[in-house]
Design a binder for this molecule. Structure first.
Ligand code: RB5
Length: 147
């Protein structure tokens, strides 16, 4: 799969870890930064990952910031993006299965590296379940058309 990854400075180390995991699993990873621990602004990287997914340049996105929250909020401002903050294998699996999340977000100050690795693997392995979940996800999409 083509996967875009991005983080701010707080998420840099975990982003590097997850990029390594993805590349090791054979995915085509586009690392959109940041490139170090110099302070940067998480919206820039959430937007970059979100745009890559929305434009179809990436199939999925992976974002990391301190909590996962700010970068998810930013990514979710890009139409077509469904970014989910996940904290464990269950939330990762359900984010894909029920919400058709196309960007998964981690908080490096909230979850440890092993939990993040396992959750990322679960996110990638899961599939959208459709059916009643599609009706609900479609309703989310209509919110992008409303003012
Ligand atoms: C950076 O200090 C921190 O605010 C950021 O990584 C993130 O947690 C925001 O949601």
């Amino acid at each position: 799969m083509r996967i875009a990854a991005g983080s701010d400075h707080a998420g840099f180390a975990m982003k590097q870890q997850l990029v390594g995991q993805l590349a090791g699993a054979g995915h085509d990873v586009a690392d959109l930064g940041t490139d170090g621990e110099e302070p940067v602004d998480y919206p820039d990287f959430g937007a970059a990952v979100g745009r890559a997914v929305a434009r179809g340049e990436a199939d999925l996105g992976v974002c990391v910031c301190g909590t996962g929250i700010g970068i998810a909020i930013a990514a979710n401002k890009v139409p077509g993006v469904r970014a989910a903050v996940v904290h464990d294998v269950s939330s990762a699996r359900l984010a894909r299965g029920h919400n058709d999340a196309n960007v998964v977000c981690f908080g490096s100050r909230v979850v440890g590296p092993v939990v993040a690795a396992d959750a990322l693997a679960a996110f990638l392995a899961a599939r959208f379940l459709g059916g009643r979940h599609k009706r609900r996800v479609d309703k989310i999409a209509t919110l992008e058309e409303a003012t």
